[in-house]
Write a protein that binds this ligand. Structure first.
Ligand code: PLP
Length: 403
């Protein structure tokens, strides 16, 4: 008689397989069991033809990858433990000693930190280009340039670039393009089908931490492509770095994904109402939201995200930034942020709760952008609360701290 511990581990019972429910089941594994040695030797880890090891995928992560490809218009996907890991996976896969990467001056801060703190030590240089001037990017591309990062919109200043123009320049020079698509989330525009050209960017990196998770409780990222050779370069680096995601986290994102369109639209609606209100308040010298005709790059946003000009909601994330009027020093701006009740002080966005962060733009940019007023930037991330309540909160904080 085999011991009970052995019986419990090698139990013969299998549940019937004809189970179906709105949500897929959760599979969790480091070890994957093969039926025989021949299968162990022949199963390929690089595609979805089988399972080899938890790091290379389970039914749960394969399902999430396929749904994210649908969301963003791509063909292949790798999942990574955070949005920043998605950025790192792309740069480490494509750049070698002697290469150069170009990043926009409004780049997501930790991407710049990766260039300065890691890539540089391996002999990979970087330059920052003007995110609103395609000619500036064109002038910086050289034989060393192997990757150009793009963002639309910029994550704090929310200026919207002429994305097709930037991609066309890179393509003409044979340089791979990677878009940090966290803001667009696959909903505001299709990064792989840009107007006026065949296809679009080569790579879309996405912080699933934001809208796909939608809960403020999961860290995850994805790297999506439409070219298998490019995907395999990224997948090989992914394997060598040991980037894996947990089954329960993948399940949390799968659970949120069906409502991403509704949540994205609701956040956009709240952000536009906040932006419209902020435009009427003298304390805010400049309001930044791509749907505002006065916001930098509005025409580019409109061409890409709202070509019919209907003002349809769901074509912009829940971010809105304001440049505080110059008479408010840092202490005043901090007091305003502290006085907010519903907007919590915290990084990230895309969850149910509205958030606020004051930023010192001078420390983030190589030069102050000509189209941004001088002052302290405050970024609001609109969550899913009632817009009237959010505006009332902004009003009471304005009155308490700034008047
Ligand atoms: C949040 C964010 C990231 C990084 O995502 P994490 O999961 O927090 O690492 C990358 N890019 C942009 C634009 C982001 O907003």
């Amino acid at each position: 008689m085999v011991d009970i511990s052995t019986q419990l581990i090698h139990h013969p019972y299998l549940p019937p397989t004809d189970f179906d429910a709105p949500q897929p089941g959760v599979f969790k594994a480091s070890t994957v069991i093969f039926p025989n040695v021949a299968a162990m030797r022949s199963t390929e880890w690089k595609d979805k033809s089988g399972y080899t090891y938890g790091l290379h995928g389970t039914p749960t992560t394969f399902t999430l990858e396929e749904r994210l490809c649908t969301l963003e218009g791509g063909k292949q996907c790798v999942l990574v433990p955070s949005g920043l890991a998605a950025v790192a996976n792309v740069s480490l896969a494509l750049l070698k000693t002697g290469d150069e990467v170009l990043i926009p001056d409004n780049v997501y801060g930790p991407n710049l930190a990766l260039c300065e703190g890691e890539l540089k030590a391996w002999g990979i240089s970087h330059q920052r280009y003007d995110p609103m001037n395609p000619a500036d990017l064109a002038a910086r591309i050289s034989d060393k340039t192997k990757l150009v990062w793009l963002e639309a919109a910029g994550s704090c200043t929310l200026e919207f670039p002429d994305l097709p123009a930037f991609v066309a320049i890179c393509r003409a020079r044979g340089v791979t393009t990677a878009l940090d698509n966290t803001w667009g989330a696959g909903l505001a525009f299709n990064p792989f089908a840009l107007p006026g050209m065949e296809g679009g960017v080569d790579i879309s990196a996405h912080a699933l931490t934001k809208y796909p998770s939608g809960g403020g409780d999961v860290l995850m990222g994805s790297v999506i492509t439409r070219d298998n050779a490019l995907h395999l370069r990224i997948k090989n680096t992914h394997m060598r770095l040991g980037f894996g995601v947990a089954g329960n986290d993948a399940e949390a994102v799968l659970r949120s994904l069906p409502s991403i369109g509704l949540r994205y639209k609701a956040s956009d609606d709240n952000a536009r109402q906040i932006a419209a209100w902020a435009c009427t308040q003298p304390e805010f010298a400049q309001v930044l939201h791509p749907s505002l005709p006065t916001s930098p790059g509005h025409a580019h946003w409109k061409a890409l995200c709202d070509p019919k000009g209907t003002g349809e909601l769901g074509k912009g994330a829940g971010l809105v930034s304001v440049m505080m009027a110059p008479q408010f020093d840092q202490a005043k701006v901090d007091a305003f942020c502290d006085a907010l009740q519903l907007f919590k002080l915290g990084y990230s966005w895309g969850g149910p709760m509205s958030l606020v962060v004051p930023y010192n733009l001078a420390q983030m940019r190589s030069q102050w952008p000509s189209y941004i007023r001088r002052g302290t930037l405050v970024r609001f991330s609109a969550g899913l609360e009632d817009a009237g309540d959010l505006i009332a909160d902004l009003r009471q904080a304005t009155e308490a701290a700034l008047r």
